[in-house]
Design a protein around this ligand. Structure first.
Ligand SMILES: *[C@@H]1O[C@H](CO)[C@@H](O)[C@H](O)[C@H]1NC(C)=O
Ligand SMILES: *[C@@H]1O[C@H](CO)[C@@H](O)[C@H](O)[C@H]1NC(C)=O
Length: 465
């Protein structure tokens, strides 16, 4: 233990003798921690942090009993603290860059050179696609020391070696985000970040928007939340429009345009029942409807034009899930029923369909694994009547679901109809028979009376009894 102790002390002494200084890079405003090097046992000694030179002002000290104090000088006030002999300097000021010394009892052990790192981007305000950006990373140099190595890391993590002067880029959407300057000095890395905002619409979803007649429709298009409308306006925005392309090759129809007067208002050309999200100033230009429609399928194009000719554009593909019943939605039990759930084209392999028949109906016998989109029921029963649902899934996400109502009349009713008709006919026949009989009886009575009158005229008082 003692041997190691001595070696470390020796090393420390050698370092101070050779004047080797530890270089630390920092930016104005940052917090820096100066850590005594090596595992020097400092428990039993006084330690001091001194600024600038050996007889410079003491910034902090610490005694073996644990007592410590930091400078109360106005210049350092509330910015210094000690933690395990390390000196922590908050909110680095321009004039703090310089030399810091660490002293144990009477021995100067380590010298620290706090050097300035300056990272900036010009312009600092958001830029449009194609605008030039100038990224600077200046690391203060130390006389007699090798210059540090400087490298930029783009927001997507691409390494860009630094040559003299600032790094100039023509802004693309990939340049939006945090740029990191990596300064390497004595194999020690210091990083400094600077943020770049390239005005662009949020990336379009890689997948289409799915809807159905029993599912809401959202056609998304928006600026990222960190871009304000003021910043967009500052770039001379000229036109915001929505177009609809029903099918490839057909000419686009304009749905909406945004009036860019003081109060932003959407003007509809042909709204298709769609509503723009209120308050476009929040950067949300999306269109919505409570329910999809069959004719919604197609491409929706959102464009934002600027005065300098830059046009931002996002295309949203909308697909409509539908259940088609053959021969129809009103059937008689016993008929063959084919149900098809589809987007109008073969299903991409990463999507799955799930059927939900009404009531207790079991599906297992109806679907084939090879064509989950088709259901065939050779003889439909009344149990198949009701709401059928078909859901479109991607992994664990339900994308949309479609529904269809089937009405299945029992076959019995046809027989009942026959019975009812027959009974009616029989009743009518019976009535006619009764009527005929009745008439015949009446006629007979009449005849008989007349016959009686001629043969034996009865005396008048005979009936009175
Ligand atoms: C825009 O509005 C739509 C509809 O209200 C919503 O679904 C979407 O999340 C909003 N987008 C953003 C970026 O806020
Ligand atoms: C149902 O589909 C089968 C083949 O898949 C076909 O032969 C049959 O005619 C269809 N039935 C109806 C009612 O459409």
């Amino acid at each position: 233990m003692n041997a190691i102790h001595s070696v470390v002390l020796l090393l420390a002494a050698l370092m101070s003798q050779t004047g080797a200084a530890e270089v630390i890079y920092a930016r104005v405003g940052e917090t820096v921690t100066l850590q005594p090097t090596g595992g020097i046992n400092l428990q039993k000694s006084y330690v001091y942090w001194i600024f600038d030179r050996e007889d410079g002002p003491t910034l902090a000290w610490c005694n073996p009993l644990g007592g410590k104090k930091t400078s109360s000088d106005e210049r350092w006030k509330d910015r210094l603290s000690l933690s395990d002999n390390s000196l922590i300097i908050k909110d680095i000021q321009q004039e703090d860059f310089g030399t810091f010394l660490f002293k144990r009892a009477d021995t100067f052990i380590t010298t620290y050179k706090l050097l300035k790192l300056n990272v900036s981007v010009d312009p600092s305000a958001p830029v449009l696609l194609g605008d030039l950006l100038s990224l600077s990373c200046d690391a203060q140099r130390l006389q007699g020391h090798k210059d540090p190595e400087i490298q930029w890391l783009s927001p997507s993590g691409v390494k860009i070696p630094h040559s003299r002067g600032p790094h100039i880029v023509k802004a693309t959407s990939q340049d939006s985000g945090q740029w990191t300057c990596v300064v390497t000095n004595d194999k020690k890395e210091t990083t400094a970040k600077v943020s770049v905002t390239v005005l662009d619409l949020s990336p379009a979803s890689l997948h289409p928007q799915y809807t159905s007649t029993s599912w809401p429709l959202t056609v998304p298009c928006s600026f990222p939340a960190h871009i304000s409308w003021e910043q967009i306006k500052a770039k001379d925005i000229q036109k915001v429009q929505w177009h609809f392309v029903p099918e490839l090759g057909l000419s686009p129809q304009r749905l909406f345009s945004l009036s860019l007067e003081d109060r932003l208002t959407w003007v509809a050309d042909q709204d298709k029942g769609l509503r723009p999200v209120p308050d476009p100033k929040k950067g949300n230009l999306s269109l919505t409807r409570n329910q999809g429609r069959e004719e919604d399928k197609g491409d929706y194009v959102c464009t934002v034009e600027f005065k300098n000719g830059v046009t931002l554009k996002r295309t949203v593909h909308v697909k409509v899930l539908q259940i088609i019943s053959s021969p129809g939605t009103e059937l008689i039990s016993g008929q063959q029923l084919n149900l098809t759930c589809s987007l109008g084209h073969p299903l991409p392999s990463d999507l799955q369909l799930k059927w939900f028949p009404p009531g207790q109906l079991s599906l297992t016998s109806l679907t084939s694994d090879r064509h989950p989109a088709h259901l065939t029921i050779p003889e439909v029963g009344t149990g198949a009547g009701g709401k059928w649902r078909c859901e479109l899934w991607q992994k664990n996400t339900r994308l949309t679901s479609a529904e269809i109502m089937l009405k299945i009349e029992p076959k019995m009713s046809l027989w009942m109809l026959v019975v009812i008709c027959s009974v009616t006919v029989i009743v009518i026949l019976l009535l006619i028979l009764v009527f005929i009989l009745y008439r015949r009886r009446q006629k007979m009575t009449h005849l008989r009376r007349r016959l009686c009158q001629c043969k034996t005229p009865k005396p008048k008082g005979f009936y009175r009894t």
